[in-house]
Design a protein around this ligand. Structure first.
Ligand code: NAD
Length: 256
């Protein structure tokens, strides 16, 4: 039982933050989950916690660098075999950390673009091979409000998340044209309390840093990981069966 009972979900960046929250939420609602991350120990810890709560064989952990095509092929194969198929892909792994354009190192630009964009291309390309056997399916891509609204501080993050937004729609139209019952949508969070904000918190102290961010949000606070996990849950479930090529903004009104 549960809103995603029987679904088999592969989640990148599942060791912490939004990926871990999505894994816990989908497992609680009846899915099997594969948590893939650069940080294998972190993914294993989250999987162990999920298995303790919902039974052995609910969650699996894998090491994956989402920028490496050979690793994607190998890890998707293993995960589909461990879970008994693959019906949901959550392209969640992503990084920020770039700075203003004039001082931005070209290497860091390329790294942010690769982790945030190559990952979605490679993940969708290779997951579709497995997902066509387990329709209906859902591809869920973590973009950002920064993929819709520019900020002047992080050009690679802005450009990469805008690329995720349209790539997500491209995949949606491709699947529809191919008569696949596989949907593709993007989620656009504003500031959410995860380790991705650690650098910013270190500069001002966590309380002051979060207060600065909260002042930018009409609802007057930053979000919590489950605010995003709930959107992932909706998109992973058949409740969203007629939604594809859409974007869901979860942002306390910042883009309104
Ligand atoms: P996070 O930094 O807490 O977690 C990201 C995870 O991705 C980490 O476990 C990290 O090890 C993993 N990762 C990084 N590079 C990887 C790679 N090459 N291969 C595999 N795994 C890799 O971040 P988060 O806050 O949970 O963010 C998740 C997603 O949501 C990201 O795409 C982020 O851009 C997006 N997002 C977050 C916020 C926010 O405020 N938290 C806002 C908007 C969008």
């Amino acid at each position: 039982t549960g809103r995603v009972a029987g679904k088999k979900a592969f989640i990148t960046g599942g060791a912490q933050g939004l990926g871990a929250a999505a894994g816990r939420m989908l497992a609680k609602e009846g899915a099997k989950v594969a948590l893939a991350d650069l940080n294998l120990a972190g993914a294993q810890a989250v999987a162990a916690e999920i298995n303790a709560a919902h039974g052995a064989g609910t969650a699996f952990a894998y090491q994956l660098d989402v920028t490496q095509e050979d690793q994607w092929i190998e890890v998707l194969e293993k995960a589909a075999s461990d879970m008994g198929g693959l019906s949901v892909l959550v392209n969640n792994a992503g990084i920020g950390g770039d700075g203003p354009i004039e001082s931005l190192d070209f290497g860091l630009w390329k790294k942010v673009m690769s982790v945030n964009v190559d990952s979605v291309f490679l993940g969708a390309k290779h997951a579709l091979t497995h997902m066509r056997a387990h329709q209906p399916g859902s591809i869920i891509n973590l973009s950002s409000i920064a993929g819709l609204i520019a900020n002047g501080n992080s050009p690679a993050y802005n450009a990469s998340k805008a690329a995720v937004w349209l790539l997500s729609k491209n995949i949606a139209l491709y699947c529809a044209k191919m008569k696949l019952d596989i949907r593709s949508n993007s989620i656009h969070p504003t500031f959410i309390d995860t380790p991705i904000l650690d650098g910013f918190s270190a500069r001002f102290g966590k309380e002051e840093a979060f207060a600065k961010l909260a002042r930018q949000v009409p609802m007057g606070r930053i979000g919590e990981p489950n605010d995003i996990a709930n959107a992932v849950l909706y998109l992973a479930s058949d409740e969203s069966k007629f939604m594809t090529g859409a974007e869901i903004k979860v942002d306390g009104g910042i883009s309104a």
